[in-house]
Design a protein around this ligand. Structure first.
Ligand code: UDP
Ligand code: MG
Length: 345
């Protein structure tokens, strides 16, 4: 079993110890574990996933349910999932009315999970099920959030590693809540943290950030992230970039302030330059050639204004989406044992 690292705590160690001991006392029963699995066009992966996960959970004698969220798949994913739920009553399928994206699908699954502890998992086995047992062990020690830390990203491309490193650096320097580096959605979360999470009303679900915002005592367990078992990744570079942008903009207003200070700095420079030119005219007389400096200033000012408006636009656009107050996802139906159950509230 990997050694765990990085307890993220907001307390000194003796307070942490006391809180852990307190939670430990309440966790002597067998918890109901909910695996929350968003799926989008994954017909090849479903059986592989279940064959890897179910025997392992049974071997560890864990009580569990698996909540699959079908995120508007366009292949045979839903039919496959319904078959599985017919064969195994521990499997529930939340079918969304269309593709809402992974973060929304995860939210739907979390809302429909009944367990005392939840683990969001990707279906492609990039979140190794062997970690479930060490996660539970840490939970029994009293931690509320146990997250998987990608120890080595040796299999990722250099571009992905570098950009991910930059993302965490930029995000954490701007946001009041820090997200631990190299942590995905794969983590165990106790029911009390889930209840707080469910009260966060925002439509823009940057899950890693929301989990970090919730707080509580967290600890990390390192693991090697394997390759996807079947199918292909649903995230290309452009989607990742937008995902990163969403993350920063929904957790920090520093970019707005930065454009304000940028404007101030340039204004100060402009005043100094104006004084310089006026002084030169007074001392040396009028000097007509000035096209180069003029055009540079015009272009620079135009560019800076556009960038600033763009930054404001990012926030305004999100404000617009939040204000409309549309639901985060729409459930077509919840299926148990292959048949539909009336949607839960
Ligand atoms: N996924 C989803 N909706 C989407 C995109 C992805 O539910 O719009 C699911 C997908 O089926 C998988 C998980 O999210 O279970 C992670 O996706 P993927 O493996 O493609 O991401 P990567 O591991 O490449 O970051
Ligand atoms: Mg994957």
């Amino acid at each position: 079993m990997p050694e765990s690292i990085l307890p993220i705590s907001h307390h000194c160690s003796s307070t942490l110890e006391r809180q852990l001991a307190d939670q430990r006392g309440r966790r002597t029963h067998d918890p109901l574990l909910s695996l929350v699995v968003p799926v989008f066009n994954e017909e090849e992966s479903i059986d592989i996933f279940l064959e890897a996960v179910t025997p392992m959970l049974e071997r560890d004698r864990l009580r569990f349910e698996i909540v699959f969220v079908n995120d508007g798949s366009r292949d045979d994913t839903l039919a496959h999932l319904l078959d599985c739920s017919m064969r195994d009553r521990r499997i529930r399928v939340v079918n969304l009315s269309r593709n809402f994206g992974k973060e929304a699908a995860l939210t739907a699954g979390i809302d429909h999970a009944k367990g005392n502890v939840l683990i969001p998992m990707d279906i492609d086995l990039q979140d190794p099920p062997e970690l479930i047992e060490p996660f539970i062990a840490r939970w029994r020690e009293g931690y509320d959030i146990v997250y998987g830390v990608r120890a080595a990203r040796a299999r990722d491309t250099a571009a992905k590693r570098v950009s991910a490193g930059w993302f965490y650096r930029v995000f954490n320097s701007m946001s009041p809540v820090r997200i631990p580096a190299n942590v995905g959605d794969f983590r165990l979360v106790d029911r009390r943290a889930i209840e707080v999470l469910r009260q966060l009303p925002e439509r823009n679900r940057f899950m890693k950030g929301l989990f970090a915002w919730v707080g509580f005592n967290a600890v990390g367990v390192p693991y090697e992230r394997p390759q996807r078992v079947a199918g292909s990744s649903k995230f290309n570079l452009w989607r990742l970039w937008n995902f990163a942008l969403d993350g920063v903009v929904s957790f920090s207003t520093v970019p707005l302030r930065a454009s304000f200070y940028g404007g101030l700095a340039i204004a100060a420079f402009a005043v100094l330059y104006a004084l310089f030119i006026i002084g030169r005219v007074l001392l040396l007389g009028i000097d007509t050639p000035g096209y180069a400096s003029l055009i540079i200033v015009v272009l620079l000012m135009g560019a800076i204004q556009l960038v600033s408006i763009g930054i404001i636009g990012e926030y305004l656009g999100r404000l617009f989406l939040e204000v409309k107050g549309r639901p985060i996802y729409v459930v077509e139906g919840v299926y148990e044992e292959g048949a539909v159950r009336p949607p839960q509230a």
